[in-house]
Design a protein around this ligand. Structure first.
Ligand code: FEO
Ligand code: CA
Ligand code: CA
Length: 614
């Protein structure tokens, strides 16, 4: 959420919608319809047998790039009517437990939040608001205890403070403490998950936590306000990633919204403008009391460059500072899905969530284990690429480094280019997308990416469901050469509008994760068809899907973490009721009561003890 309403990509690169339109209309002419056009562009379409075992689910539209098999998905789905209620609902084959709502204490002696937040001191020791991406780092040999690292993307000022704007620095400090990340030690006791308050790994990271930079931009002037203040904080932590070496990655998305100024003579540079930095931000007004967020304050003009990165956190060491990995580029990072590619190189797929922005990939310079053994982070040295999608179902990964003459000429150094990653991607001709959100790497090797929606298409075209594209779609990519290739092939997985009126109708796909058996979990953030609340569906690679869960009015469903045995899945309800108790009192059942709704996590498990998603 916290969509940046601006379109800030002025580059003339051909919008992705044009390419889709060309492909769909060409194939429509050839094959006689959209369903045929979107089924199986490169390979053959999914067979009926692969679509879920002849259980009455409607035909798949997902194309087939690879040779995926269909994992079992046989739970009783949540009906569309049940998905439109006041309280959350899960399949009748499942149990759910609500845990760690905003304001849950993480240290002994700290109270549970009641009402709006009035104490920055407490908030720095309580679970934050805006639950989003997360991952569960199980203690060795168990499924019942571990560290849940969870992002706190944002909270509306009215929701957090109970007033429309901060009135003093104390109010700003409360807001800043409610953002960031929590590391929470969870333990399952008598079948219920609870916080282990005695464990020293419980930790809050927020907007004032000291952080470090690593990679090509570390120590460079672009990150250095003239007064030399040390770098602090992480902001608008959206989705996430997790590494083969056991660390958590938190991704900074709409950081621009927190900056502003009252200086009417101030104008954003072209570089700042490309990131949507302007005098008003999203109205948080932190800049009125904290000069760090005033883009015109002396000595602070480059503070904004300290945000828009992917940040690595060690869940096991509460004293280890978060590290911003600058080699991964600076943009509105939604999330990162890592896989181990050819020769043991680590490969990360990333979305930049803004209308007409891009999809990226990073490949480490060397085998990740060798790099770690040498004391080097695999995320500090490697090559960053941006995606160009071609009409014929092929694509190219365009290199972003100083070997590209146009980038060398424009930026001179890799550090300057990385701070301005979006501008670099404009120059090489990346394909502008419909808001790339989460990515996931399927066990069959294909990479899926959610394109959540793009309402700024003003050319209506009834023959093309994506112009405008208010409901989004999901693409899958088959990368060459075990994920380290320079080219790929791609196809649609699902176009949300194709599911309109079907039992699994949905819109605005956002959260996305493939389990080790090949099930694809799809979470939504946006208006849903037929008055449904935001939801989570489970799909197989052929496009068969079922609705597993639906949230409460005004929330989004986001974040996925599982225990190693996949018997528990954690998901989040973010901004329930958009903070309005008239819409929902979640986690308290019902609506219209006095309880302020609270972002919280929900643990899902199957009643028969099988894997979540079955
Ligand atoms: Fe924070 Fe693009 O979702
Ligand atoms: Ca979203
Ligand atoms: Ca999101």
């Amino acid at each position: 959420m916290t969509v940046d309403d601006d379109v800030v990509n002025p580059s003339p690169n051909r919008p992705f919608e044009d390419i889709l339109r060309a492909r769909i209309s060409r194939r429509g002419a050839m094959a006689g319809g959209l369903a045929a056009a979107t089924a199986g562009f490169i390979g053959t379409g999914g067979t009926a047998a692969a679509q879920g075992g002849g259980d009455g689910s409607q035909a798949a539209t997902g194309g087939q790039l690879g040779t995926a098999s269909a994992p079992r998905i046989d739970f009783t789905p949540v009906s569309k009517a049940d998905a439109a209620g006041v309280d959350p609902v899960v399949s009748e084959d499942y149990d759910m437990q609500v845990l760690i709502p905003w304001g849950t204490p993480l240290k002994e002696g700290i109270p549970e939040l009641a009402g709006h937040q009035t104490s920055a001191f407490n908030q720095r020791r309580q679970v934050g608001i805006g639950h989003d991406g997360m991952w569960f780092f199980a203690d060795e040999g168990t499924n019942d205890k571990g560290v849940l690292c969870i992002n706190h993307e944002f909270g509306f000022t009215g929701h957090v403070l109970g007033k429309s704007a901060p009135e003093n620095l104390d109010d700003v400090r409360i807001m800043q403490a409610a953002h960031g990340v929590s590391c929470i030690v969870l333990e399952k006791v008598n079948g219920e998950w609870q916080v282990d308050l005695d464990d020293p790994r419980n930790r809050r990271i927020h907007v004032r936590t000291p952080v470090e930079f690593s990679g090509p931009v570390a120590g460079k002037k672009f990150l250095r306000p003239s007064r030399g203040q040390r770098a602090r904080g992480t902001l608008n932590n959206c989705a996430n990633g997790y590494t083969p070496w056991g660390t958590y990655l938190t991704c900074e998305e709409n950081f621009n919204g927190y900056f502003g100024t009252e200086d009417e003579t101030w104008e954003p540079s072209a570089a700042k403008d490309r990131y949507g930095v302007n005098a008003n931000g999203f109205g948080y007004n932190w800049h009125l009391f904290d000069p760090r967020f005033d883009v015109a304050a002396p000595g602070h003009s480059r503070q904004v460059n300290r945000f828009g990165w992917i940040v690595e956190i060690d869940p096991q060491d509460p004293d280890a500072p978060p590290v911003k990995r600058t080699a991964l580029g600076r943009f509105k990072h939604e999330g990162i899905a890592l896989t181990v590619g050819k020769n043991g190189r680590v490969v990360g797929y990333m979305g930049d969530d803004q209308r007409f922005d891009y999809m990226y990939k990073f490949i480490s310079a060397d085998n990740w284990e060798d790099m770690v053994a040498r004391g080097e982070s695999p995320l500090d040295r490697g090559v960053l690429y941006v995606a160009k999608f071609n009409e014929d179902g092929t694509g190219e990964w365009l290199k972003l480094n100083m070997k590209v003459p146009a980038l060398k000429a424009a930026f001179g150094t890799k550090a300057r280019m990385l701070v301005n990653t979006r501008l670099a991607a404009d120059i090489v001709g990346a394909t502008p997308m419909d808001r790339p959100e989460w990515t996931t790497v399927h066990p069959d090797g294909e990479v899926y990416v959610t394109l959540t929606n793009n309402t700024r298409r003003t050319e209506p075209n009834a023959a093309n469901p994506l112009v405008p594209n208010p409901n989004g779609h999901i693409i899958k990519i088959q990368d060459r050469n075990e994920n380290i290739g320079k080219t790929f092939i791609w196809d649609f997985f699902v176009i949300a509008d194709d599911r309109a009126g079907t039992p699994e109708a949905f819109g605005s796909p956002d959260g996305l994760w493939a389990d080790s058996d090949g099930r694809i979990f799809i979470q939504t953030d946006g208006s849903q068809p037929e008055d449904m609340n935001d939801q989570m569906l489970v799909a197989n690679p052929f496009g068969h899907m079922r609705r597993l869960f639906a949230g409460v009015p005004g929330c989004e469903v986001t974040g996925i973490a599982v225990t190693p045995d996949q018997r528990t899945m954690f998901i989040n309800l973010q901004h329930p009721g958009n903070g309005d108790p008239e819409r929902t009192n979640f986690p308290v059942p019902g609506a219209g009561g006095p309880e302020i709704p609270r972002d919280a996590t929900i643990a899902l498990s199957r009643k028969d003890g099988r894997k979540v998603g079955r």
